[in-house]
Design a protein around this ligand. Structure first.
Ligand code: C2E
Ligand code: CA
Ligand code: CA
Length: 538
């Protein structure tokens, strides 16, 4: 009687749970049915024992019992398998969300936006559809972050994102491309007057006061628009033109919208200077490669450098990649720049190895595009051979997102690089979906801890514990750890204590032009003179 009641009860509870968690597959149904049937059978058995029911013949009772028990077993196995599958699907969805959506606002990120833009343009090609691309940048957002802290900044971004979403219709896309940079894709709105009206309405909506952390804040934005097909039919071109128009709006004081107008922009320079330079065979003239030393922790000895790209701009001076966004250039320009960086970096490290020590290494950053290139390993091999370098002289840095996209579908180039001896580092580790176990499935050897973990090291005990745990776990998996953005002695001391392998940051040196870096190599006597063995921060 007790067994029967318990089984029936379990079956009923399962039925209620299943109603709440709809769509969990066939497993729970099986188990529920088996529980209830077995409960009923036990009750019937009890009934026949006390004579309420006729005795059940053993010839039926035994096989029935076996059948129901078997069914229960099968049901549980099916259920477990379904659960496992469900968890895997959830994990894949989670990865996708983190790789393609911005965690603060939930909006598509740059990667997904560019993909959607490309898809839309491809469907458009040949037809007579029109559309507009809007680039939006908040004015003086930094002040919000500085005054209210990152929390206020994040709240502000989420509120802005809500307002933008309310300003668009079905089929239009809003994305967050960067810190305080948004983009909108408005299919169908291809005439200048209509776009100007929409842009005005969006800016008006953003201007309404916001309640953030108990304060009333107002924010303004600058907006730039490029029209398709009038201003271009390629994603990169439209993005650049909308961006240039936005910068013009900002330069004019902000809080306004501009539509791309070639005549009104200083066409001699931006934004096609790089393309022209490439065509005229003088791409390298505007580019410079700087080198930031990477030191071994403990000894402070320089073991290599990260190559960081700079663009010399006639008015704006020396620009770093986030400021000139070469990744958004046409594929041709971006490939040529990548190749140029690789050759310059290899030429430099070959010279250093001859003069200063055969162990020096150089780290080169890759764009997602370069990383997905099937010929990557071959191209890298050719450049190494050209400068007579072993594969170990070079490290390639990819971002966490780029690495994660590889987990399901690893690029053949990655293992080929590893086989040849070139090591791959995951850059900005900790800013995305930081799972060492996922990364472990890839041929990656180095983790570069993002500077956000280093910033408060020595002040916030929690950060030390996190970094310590990451280092331990990484070491357990055979990965080397490099800390980025080390600016203070205190941070260095904590990192040494936590056994971080290498360090990089302004404390040791800013990125330097090649000549200056070589002077540093020549004079980097164990620093601190009397030999505390460290690179002299000065
Ligand atoms: P990244 O790979 O994370 O590079 C490190 C950035 O941190 C560099 O900025 C560097 O100047 C900066 N940095 C170094 N030490 C410190 C420090 O102690 N404190 C602070 N606050 N910052 C520090 P940079 O040169 O502006 O480069 C920005 C990003 O541009 C790089 O981030 C990388 O993603 C990309 N990039 C740079 N050069 C190349 C390149 O040749 N190819 C590609 N594909 N991307 C590049
Ligand atoms: Ca890097
Ligand atoms: Ca980094």
């Amino acid at each position: 009687l007790v067994i029967g009641a318990a089984l029936l009860g379990a079956g009923l509870v399962l039925a209620r749970v299943a109603r709440r968690t709809a769509g969990t597959g066939a497993g729970p149904g099986f188990v529920r049915f088996a529980f209830i049937a077995k409960g009923a059978q036990q009750l019937a058995l009890f009934g026949s024992l006390i004579g309420w029911l006729p005795a059940i013949p053993v010839g039926i009772e035994v096989p029935l019992d076996g059948l129901l028990t078997g069914l229960l077993g099968v049901g549980i196995v099916v259920w477990l398998l379904e659960e496992e599958q469900h968890r895997l699907r959830e994990a894949a969805r989670q990865i996708e969300r983190l790789a393609f959506y911005d965690p603060v606002t939930g909006l598509p990120n740059r990667q997904l936006f560019v993909e959607r833009l490309r898809g839309w343009l491809a469907r458009l090609s040949g037809g007579d559809g029109t559309g507009a691309l809007l680039s939006l940048d908040l004015d003086r957002f930094k002040a919000v972050n500085d005054r209210g802290g990152h929390e206020a900044g994040d709240q502000m971004l989420a509120a802005i994102s809500d307002r933008l979403l309310q300003s668009v219709a079905e089929g239009e896309t809003v994305a967050r491309l960067g810190a305080d940079e948004f983009a909108l894709l408005l299919p169908g709105g291809g005439d200048a007057a209509g776009v100007a009206r929409r842009a005005g309405a969006i800016l008006e909506r953003l201007r309404e006061p916001l309640q953030i952390g108990g304060h009333e804040l107002r924010i303004e934005a600058s907006l730039g628009a490029a029209l398709c097909p009038a201003h271009g039919v390629e994603a990169a071109v439209l993005l650049r033109k909308a961006d240039a128009a936005m910068r013009r709006a900002k330069a004019a004081g902000g809080g306004r919208a501009e539509i791309w107008d070639a005549a009104r922009l200083d066409a001699a320079r931006e934004p096609f200077a790089l393309e022209r330079a490439l065509r005229e065979g003088r791409l390298g003239e505007d580019l410079e490669l700087h080198f930031q030393p990477i030191v071994r922790s403990g000894s402070g000895e320089i073991v290599g450098a990260e190559a960081l790209l700079r663009l010399r701009h006639p008015d704006r001076g020396l620009l770093s990649p986030p400021e000139f966004l070469f990744a958004a250039e046409s594929a041709e320009v971006s490939d040529a720049i990548g190749q140029w960086v690789l050759r310059e970096a290899c030429a430099a490290v070959a010279a250093w190895r001859r003069r200063f020590g055969a162990e020096l290494r150089v780290a080169v950053n890759l764009t997602a595009r370069a990383f997905e290139d099937r010929q990557l390993a071959a191209k890298v091999g050719a450049v190494l051979a050209e400068f007579g370098l072993p594969a170990s002289a070079l490290e390639l840095e990819i971002t966490e997102t780029m690495a994660l996209l590889q987990v399901n579908d690893p690029a053949p180039g990655l293992s080929e690089l590893r086989a040849r001896g070139t090591r791959v580092a995951v850059d900005d580790f900790g800013t995305g979906y930081s799972s060492l176990s996922y990364l472990r499935e890839l041929p990656i050897e180095i983790v570069k801890l993002d500077s956000s973990f280093i910033r408060d090291l020595g002040r916030r005990p929690r950060d030390s514990r996190i970094v310590g745990a990451v280092v331990q776990l990484a070491h357990g998996l055979g990965l080397e750890v490099v800390a980025e953005g080390v600016e203070e002695e205190g941070q260095m001391a904590v990192l040494e204590m936590l056994h971080c392998d290498r360090m990089q940051g302004f404390l040791f040196s800013r990125p330097l032009p090649r000549g200056e870096f070589e002077r540093l190599l020549a004079t980097a006597v164990p620093f601190g003179g009397a030999g505390d063995g460290r690179l002299n921060p000065a």
